[in-house]
Design a protein around this ligand. Sequence first.
Ligand code: F6P
Length: 547
Amino acid sequence: MTLPNTNPTATAVWEKLNQHYQNIKNVSMQEMFRNDTSRAEKFHIQWNDFLIDYSKNRISSETMELLQQLAKEVNLRQAISSYFEGDAINQTENRAVLHTALRSPETATVLVDGKNVIPDVFEVKNNIKKFTEEIISGTRKGFTGKTFTDVVNIGIGGSDLGPAMVVEALQFYKNHLTVHFVSNVDGDHVNEIIKKLNPETTLFVVASKTFTTQETLSNAETIRAWFLQSASQDDVAKHFVAVSTNIQKVTEFGINPANVFPMWDWVGGRFSLWSAVGLSIALAVGFDNFDELLKGANEMDNHFKTAEFEENIPVVLALLSIWYNNFFGAESEALIPYTQYLQKLAPYLQQGIMESNGKSIGRDGKPVNYQTGTIIWGEPGTNSQHAFFQLIHQGTKLIPTDFIGFVKPLYGNKDHHDKLMSNFFAQTEALLNGKTEAQVKAEFEKQKVTGEKAAFLLPFKVFSGNKPTNTFLIDKLTPKSLGSLVALYEHKIFVQGVIWNIFSYDQWGVELGKQLANSILDEINSKSVNQHDSSTEFLLKHFLKNS
Ligand code: F6P
């Protein structure tokens, strides 16, 4: 079955949401909290070791009922079944979207074109387990008989961001292997990494779903040439492995087919960290931790599949995001993890969210007449507080923000953790309440600021507050909780794509730039500039003259 095809603005509830927005847009959250002391009780979801408090949003019970009605009218339940059952919901590429199958238990049955894919998934997982255990334990050695000390993941986009984010996030659980990531076609990037490596003790993982990506192939070629300065062609087999769907291209590149960890076209690049693309994760933290990550994601999958919409974390968060995006006109969302370990979560989710939902053609093939695709950005707290929080507090834009914090620190440093978390709680409280004129005046009195100076300063020191936030309070950052957190956002993306009536799993927009870059490269190589717009032509000529 394909996804339902409903323009959300044509649903009966859309107009009701519009009217409701008119009624609520000038009501402050401060007032809502004053009038109802049970808001947190009402608007929170407790699931496993996750507590999600969404009470600090510009919503009432009626808002949530209407938004859930919207989910029902666009047939979200049917869409969720199609997603998990392997229907070809990526219609423009005629593919299923089944990263969820990668974290299903061995007993599950997931059919793609009538074939259960779970046995294949587990065959690859078992190979990952065996291979990573051999590398970590040192039984598999490099070409001079030394054990491996370093791993380099060569990939870009989904073949880089997911593993890089998770390896960073789980460094507390890491073993002795140092894992590096090379992604950019910028030669300075690969050279900076090469500088740190010893060819005798480094394993290279070339990760590319298509094995046609310019950046990855260029970096892999440069690294192989560097490797061959110290080793022979036969040694390549001991040091280079690949993750890909394209075995033919991998073989053409010179990697032994025995060293290929396959993936499948029903795994989207930006959702592929659960596949063999996660090989560098399993190398960094060991297979058991990698498996825990998958288990955490699978638990979130089950929650998403079965929980009623009111209790369903991805559904509730997606609906809130739609509320701000489509009714309040918010253009971006911030994501602030209060742990340095999650510093790569926002860049990772930028691909997931913006490559998926950055679309303007509806599933009916017509341009949409409403906003889609939120812009996502963020940095860990407390660093971000000292960087861009001013704009969230007192700027002119409405920026709904997710705060992600953990009850327990990993090293048990209570003093630091209490300071960190007091900032976490303080920020959402400040964003909610702001600071009233009366409060500022009382402060002035204490500080003995009076007269003209006080009158001048007053408006600058008042904060309106009323800025929406979601608070995620998770017990501890573990492979499992990280798996659940990432899967949560994956499903939020799905729900939003369904409601916006767009295809979330293709990325045609990225292709045009790739094609043009190839033809411009030919011009640069032949030093002859073809006809372009006058700006591009002017710039190219300057580049050729001076390079
Ligand atoms: O740039 C778009 C994209 O196709 C992403 O979707 C993908 O994650 C990335 O390129 C890398 O692709 P591949 O894994 O095939 O090298």
